[in-house]
Design a protein around this ligand. Structure first.
Ligand code: DGY
Length: 425
């Protein structure tokens, strides 16, 4: 059975492979996405190490001079996606978007390096990539943490990857919709509109893009100019996990300055993350930097922080919170607490299960010694795939596949889970 799943997953990676990068799925997402590619490389590494490194190298060829790594690289024209390069207007030789995405590259590179069968090649490629990843991390702390709190803010919901999370419903109302040029959405032509963000949310997404574009994508201005500044524990947790892997890999490769600077970013970040701990919810929750208040919203963002090397006691509480959640849904992990009034089982990040987030939570819980819960999450992932195929996301009650189909990172995670379980067995 696992052999058949592996074959299907490998087939999806192949179908979506455009040579030097992989599209998340044809139609709905026809370009290269940042965190999709890094997580995809993990799956690819079990099939073809060389191809896995190329996936990440291609992404970093489009790193901006200031260090930012964009969330989309528009390698070729495709008017099946909105907003395309013309809306972003970033004026680059190969167009990119102007915002970033969760910084999972550091983790991915360290994983590729550790598992490599060809250490000489892996060492060479990691040596070339690591300074670029470090530059991106420095960019985060310089541009998205201007007051040096130790935590970075997202300035557009798309940066988190959790576009329409309940977490920022209130904060997002501060983003106006006046002056937004008329547009035609493409996502709803590829996926069920009931599974996607609303039209009003799209107008606010585009207002932010237009506003940043009018500031010429100058990152020294964007953070303070944005009416939307959210400190997301999941986003920071991913960054901190990558920072810790960069510190370890740099030490191994003899890059002492990077190792030391990363170790200090990590210490500050992990200490600061604790300010987001929500005792009542048994998880971390977001902080609204513009309003200056914590947001009491029980989403997966605060569980995903378990991917970072957080204190063991926090990981234990998160595992207990997940155990409670498991009594209220069939499949872990819902992207929003199923008991909350705002939960929506099928609408993107307001309830559905996403395999990539499951993978990262389980990975962190394993590392923190919470193996029973981690194994339970991995098992739910494979049951979902067997029952419902390789979808973008799933209804946590019924397992119904939602969003796009034949999804690259879902396939990559299946390969990761099965192969890593074999190594552990
Ligand atoms: C989308 O288009 O749905 C993405 O999440 C933005 O990157």
């Amino acid at each position: 059975m696992t052999e058949a799943l592996l074959q299907k997953a490998a087939h999806i990676l192949q179908v979506n492979d455009l040579g030097k990068y992989t599209v998340p799925t044809h139609g709905l997402y026809p370009f290269q996405w940042n965190w999709d590619s890094c997580l995809t490389a993990l799956g690819q590494s079990h099939l073809n190490e060389d191809r896995a490194w190329t996936e990440i190298e291609t992404l970093f060829e489009h790193q901006w001079d200031d260090g930012m790594v964009p969330h989309i690289v528009f390698h070729k024209e495709d008017d099946g996606y909105f907003p395309g390069p013309g809306v972003w207007g970033t004026n680059r030789p190969i167009p990119t978007s102007g915002i970033t995405q969760p910084a999972v590259a550091g983790f991915a590179i360290k994983s590729l390096y550790d598992r490599s069968q060809n250490k000489t090649d892996a060492r060479r490629r990691a040596f070339a990539l690591l300074p670029k990843v470090f530059k991106w991390h420095e960019w985060f702390y310089a541009n998205r943490d201007p007051k040096h709190s130790g935590l970075v803010a997202i300035i557009h919901p798309w940066e988190s990857g959790r576009d329409n999370s309940v977490d920022w419903d209130d904060a997002f109302l501060r983003v106006p919709t006046d002056g937004v040029a008329p547009f035609v959405r493409r996502d709803t032509q590829h996926a069920d509109p009931a599974h996607r963000p609303t039209q009003e949310q799209y107008e606010r997404y585009i207002w932010l893009v237009q506003t940043f574009r009018n500031l010429n994508w100058d990152n020294s201005k964007l953070h303070d100019a944005s009416p939307f500044q959210i400190v997301d524990p999941g986003f920071n947790g991913i960054l901190l996990r990558s920072v810790s892997e960069v510190a370890a890999l740099a030490a191994d490769l003899g890059l002492r300055d990077i190792a030391e600077a990363s170790a200090s970013q990590l210490d500050r970040g992990i200490a600061a993350l604790d300010s987001l701990w929500n005792e009542k919810r048994g998880q971390y929750t977001c902080y609204d930097r513009v309003a200056g208040c914590l947001i009491d919203s029980p989403s997966i963002g605060g569980l995903l922080a378990a991917f970072a090397p957080i204190p063991k006691s926090r990981a234990e509480t998160i595992a207990a919170t997940l155990d409670t959640q498991s009594q209220n849904c069939t499949y872990l992990v819902a992207s929003h607490d199923p008991r909350d009034v705002h939960f929506d089982a099928k609408r993107y990040w307001r309830g559905p299960v996403w395999l990539i987030v499951n993978y990262m939570i389980a990975n962190g819980l394993h590392a923190a010694g919470q193996s029973a819960m981690a194994t339970r999450i991995d098992k739910d992932c494979l049951t979902l795939i067997e029952n419902s195929g390789f979808a973008e996301y799933y209804d946590p009650h019924t397992g119904e596949p939602c969003g796009g189909g034949q999804f690259t990172w879902t396939a990559a995670m299946v390969i990761e889970i099965i192969k890593n379980a074999k190594v552990a067995a």
